[in-house]
Design a protein around this ligand. Structure first.
Ligand code: THU
Length: 135
């Protein structure tokens, strides 16, 4: 893992606290995420579900969106947590958005008990589509 133990602990605490706010009325599957900027600031998010299921927003994308809305553009790491047997893995849509805005980000997958695995987004999204392909 490229992220320091100190930053891991901060991210894990932040994502865990955000997970408590998850609006997972339909799936009951609560997810928390926290993104770390190059300046050391942390923005967190949880999943928000809709009665129109397809409108559901994942925790990772909400954390990233919060940071982007605050004007942040440089990211080091994102940590995701859920009550899964092993580390929870980000969905494909979140991988795409992370790659779009943070192509060098480290993705730290955890469960609430603290099991963890980490990969760069480039490992999680092979042969990515991105801005360069639109040119
Ligand atoms: N979910 C996330 O928040 N992040 C992921 O990467 C996987 C899925 C949420 C969406 C939905 O609210 C619930 O988990 C079940 O899919």
């Amino acid at each position: 893992m490229r992220t320091s133990k100190e930053d891991f602990d901060r991210l894990f605490a932040s994502a865990g606290a955000a997970r408590e706010n998850a609006c997972a009325f339909y799936s009951k599957f609560k997810v928390g995420a926290a993104v770390l900027t190059n300046n050391g600031d942390i923005y967190s998010g949880c999943n928000i579900e809709s009665s129109s299921y397809g409108l559901t927003m994942c925790a990772e994308r909400n954390a990233l969106a919060g940071a982007l809305c605050a004007g942040e553009r440089e990211f080091k790491a994102i940590l995701i947590t859920a009550d899964t047997p092993g580390p929870v893995s980000p969905c494909g849509a979140c991988r795409q958005l992370l790659y779009d805005y943070a192509p060098d980000i480290e993705v730290i997958m955890t469960n609430v008990k603290g099991s963890s695995a980490a990969e760069d987004i480039s490992e999680l999204l092979k042969y990515p589509f991105g801005l360069s392909k639109l040119k």
